[in-house]
Design a protein around this ligand. Sequence first.
Ligand code: ZN
Length: 112
Amino acid sequence: MPDLTEYKESLIRKRDEITNAAGQRPFQATMDNNSRQGDLADQASGNNEVHIQLKLKQTDAKILQAIEEALLRIDKGTYGMCRDCGEPISAARLKAIPWTRVCITCKEKQST
Ligand SMILES: [Zn+2]
């Protein structure tokens, strides 16, 4: 059983970074809940600058969602396993992107 404290700390640090940068309460990821995103899109209509900010926030929201999932996996004891092939994700990759869901092999398969 690897020591996950370090990963947990960097996940929480990154989450705080994104949350603080947004300057407001955490932007909820919208994968299974589109209502909040709809509100923001309505507010953003007709304003390109807000549209760009909204896009940035959606990227952050995806990372936030991934961070939350990673923290859950730490609690469940499944952290560091590839979602696709079930193999352990390399420590180097987890250090670089602690919220990653897949190993480098599966990631490369996805992007081709
Ligand atoms: Zn994999």
